[in-house]
Ligand binder design. Structure first.
Ligand code: ADP
Ligand code: ZN
Length: 721
């Protein structure tokens, strides 16, 4: 009897057993199709003894239907799936789903039809056709994609096909990617860089698990150095994964990579077209994709022979996924490297406290780069006390900061103003009755966006036009903006320096790789004098003519009492400061604050990183916070408030009494309404010694909830809303 156990793609059901029919061969890791009731589902063959047993007798088993034409998932990846599910209290199915992230890829080789210009001219030329032909020069893609590129309807392009202006081409969906070459353009490294690179090169050559913390000041050449490790992996014919925190940064990275290796890497992120996703997935699984650059989801792909993982800007909060499987890609990257037996490099100028702690404990090897490349000096940093140097009434920029910006403008240099708030103003109210515009789905204020003429919720995406009259009192044209967002700061700059050429850099304005690339080349071409941006501009960018950074409100991140507030503020300000003076000209940073004496701000001004980390470490140790103690959040939500409350209370009432574990709540979550769901929260704080996950699993596993209730567990939470 040939019986196999499957992890199936249905989180509500556990593993299921099936019969392998005559003539079919499967092994652990095989991706198969199985019957489930009247439907068919995809599953992965698993080692039966690693999963809970099922009770169906042999005679009642249904046969597998097919084995999908993809390589079986390797044991290393199966162990990573198990670890991730176990550590983050998630189901195997939901983690496995991230691995098989492309349905199309599972169906095997295929071809498809794309279109390209023939050089012909339509009989009747319309402005639309003209624009389309211009836009499609050099492009080849499906009609739908081309319509997107050209900004015209598919109908217009079908017309051009009938006229012989566009012709169909049959393409292999899995055509190979151009190959990067290790020795395409090798840089001359400085002595310090060489020593760092040598350590990585040796580790990649030798193989074996080797976690590194690449701790180097901004502009020291961290990228250049880990590129050498990538080159070694290429020579060894092993694959490389580079995780980046933000898709907006990929474009600049891709260009740089291509300059070094002669071909672009394979890109992976959530907004890939399905054909690109399919092609990338299959190339990754076959080993044909040599270097993959991606967002956190690239971590779970089925690499055929991974040889190195790099996590760039490893301190970034965006590596933490806050829905579905709530994992931290930085931590899972280290685990993946461990299962694969390969080196992993965490690169940052402002490492997470957790990473520094691991380095101090000797678990990670630290590689330091202390100097900026090319003799560039770190910028001088000064605080600007807003209680003493007040901006003019109704303004947000203090006179000294404005004067410094004027100087830059006169010298033809660039300034960057940093404020981590999208839109025009964080709060809008009626001047007559004080009515505040609130999101109907969330406990959050609507944010005014003047560029797009919208009131928007930054939590659920709800948008509405600003009303002509107050919905409460009927007063016309009554909206008053409270507080600044980047658009308002940009308005202020336009008023005081009308001749300055401005760019707003946020996820609203740079929402595609093309727009991000256009922004970068404009700044590089000196077509921009002042950039106003959110956290998006704090990292990655290298603008040699940018010599002034103004932090509009350094106190903003410290409000709210989040566990990581101080660390995040330190990292953001240090990173954005690192954008100044990266070329030959020295940089200056001005930090506007009401609390220049706060330890984070003082450490930033003094350039004393160690002092900050020491104080923060002591505070965390005292509070039993990570990395010295552990936190988990249990979030209970439902569209029905009473139901959510009842479930939360029941969880609270059955709390286990375990030494070294403190359980707080349930209480309404700070965001008590989010995307139409009412939310209650419990927080669990435990000593490192406690079996946190096992305790939570045992506790919640014994309870049943009604269908509308969702209970999610967030291990090592970053968001406390
Ligand atoms: P980091 O990642 O540490 O901020 P980068 O790797 O981006 O630093 O390097 C900063 C700038 O210096 C980049 O423009 C990079 O191309 C340049 N650079 C660094 N090291 C070298 C080198 N050895 N040769 C040439 N250019 C270098
Ligand atoms: Zn909302």
């Amino acid at each position: 009897m040939n019986r196999v156990r499957l992890v199936i793609f249905n989180a509500a059901l556990g593993p299921l057993d099936y019969r392998v029919p005559e003539g079919m061969t499967v092994e652990p890791g095989s991706v198969v199709v199985a019957p489930l009731g009247p439907r068919q589902i995809v599953g992965i063959v698993w080692e039966a003894d690693r999963l809970p047993a099922t009770e169906v007798p042999d005679a009642k088993l249904r046969p597998l239907l097919a084995v999908l034409p993809v390589p079986p998932l390797k044991a290393e990846l199966r162990r990573l799936i198990e670890w991730t599910a176990d550590y983050y209290c998630a189901s195997l199915a939901s983690v496995a789903r991230m691995v098989l992230a492309s349905g199309g890829a599972l169906r095997g080789p295929a071809t498809m039809i794309e279109y390209r210009l023939t050089g012909g001219i339509p009989e009747r030329m319309t402005p639309q056709r003209h624009a389309a032909i211009d836009a499609l020069e050099g492009e080849q893609a499906t009609i739908r994609e081309l319509a997107g590129v050209a900004g015209v309807s598919e109908g217009v392009l079908r017309g051009l096909v009938n006229q012989g202006v566009l012709e169909p081409v049959e393409v292999d969906c899995d055509r190979p990617y151009p190959r990067p070459r290790a020795d395409f353009a090798t840089p001359e490294l400085t002595l310090e860089q060489r020593e760092a690179a040598d350590q990585f090169v040796a580790a990649v050559k030798d193989g074996g698990f080797a976690p590194f913390l690449l701790d180097g000041v901004t502009g020291s050449g961290k990228t250049e150095v880990y590129f050498e490790a990538i080159a070694t992996a290429l020579t060894k014919k092993r694959q490389v994964l580079v995780l980046l925190p933000e898709i907006a940064l990929t474009e600049a990275f891709l260009r740089r990579f291509e300059e070094r290796f002669g071909a672009a890497p394979v890109v992976w992120h959530s907004s890939l077209k399905s054909t690109e996703r399919r092609r990338a997935w299959r190339a990754i699984a076959s080993g044909d994709a040599q270097v993959v650059v991606g967002a956190r989801s690239a971590l779970f792909l089925p690499y055929a022979s991974l040889g190195l993982i790099v996590v760039d800007e490893a301190h970034e909060v965006s590596f933490k996924q806050d829905e579905g499987v709530r994992y931290n890609a930085r931590d899972v990257a280290v685990m993946r490297a461990r299962f694969e037996g390969i080196p992993v490099i965490l690169s940052s100028a402002t490492p997470a406290l957790e990473s520094l702690q691991m380095a101090e404990a000797g678990v990670y090897a630290t590689v330091e780069l202390a100097d900026r490349f090319g003799g560039a000096r770190l910028p001088s940093i000064d605080t600007l006390d807003l209680t003493k140097e007040k901006p003019e009434r109704g303004r947000w920029l203090a006179p000294r900061l404005v004067a410094a910006m004027r100087e830059r403008l006169e010298r033809g240099e660039q300034s960057l103003l940093f404020l981590n708030r999208r839109g025009y103003a964080p709060l809008t109210l009626c001047r007559n009755c004080g009515f505040r515009f609130q999101c109907p789905n969330c406990s959050a204020w609507l944010v005014e966006h003047r560029l797009s003429r919208r009131l928007a919720c930054h939590h659920c995406g709800y948008e509405t036009e600003p009303p002509a009259r107050c919905p409460e009192c009927g007063e016309p044209e009554c909206l008053v903006a409270c507080g600044p967002g980047v658009e308002r700061i940009a308005d202020e700059v336009a008023e005081i320096m009308p001749e300055a050429r401005l760019a707003i850099a946020t996820s609203d304005t740079l929402n595609s790789p093309e727009k991000a690339a256009a922004f970068v080349s404009q700044v590089e071409a000196k077509a921009i004098d002042v950039i106003v941006g959110t956290q998006l501009v704090t990292k990655g960018f290298h603008f040699p003519e940018l010599t002034l950074v103004g932090v509009v409100d350094a106190d903003l991140g410290l409000e709210g009492g989040d566990l990581r507030a101080a660390e995040r503020t330190y990292q953001q300000v240090a990173q954005v400061a690192g954008r100044a003076g990266r070329g030959e000209k020295p940089g200056e940073v001005l930090i506007q604050t009401r609390h220049p004496e706060a330890s984070v701000i003082a450490a930033l001004a003094a350039g004393d990183r160690d002092a900050f980390y020491q104080a923060e470490t002591a505070a965390r140790r005292h509070a039993g916070a990570p990395p010295f103690g552990r936190w988990a959040a249990i979030i209970v939500s439902s569209e029905d408030e009473a139901e959510a409350k009842e479930a939360a209370n029941r969880i609270g009432a059955t709390r286990p009494a375990v030494p070294d574990v403190h359980i707080l709540g349930p209480a309404p979550a700070p965001m008590s309404l989010l995307r139409g769901r009412y939310r209650y929260r419990l927080l669990v704080n435990a000593r490192r010694s406690a079996e946190l996950q096992a305790i939570i699993r045992g506790w919640l596993g014994a309870l049943d909830f009604s269908k509308g209730v969702r209970v999610s567990v967030d291990i090592d939470p970053y968001s406390f809303v």
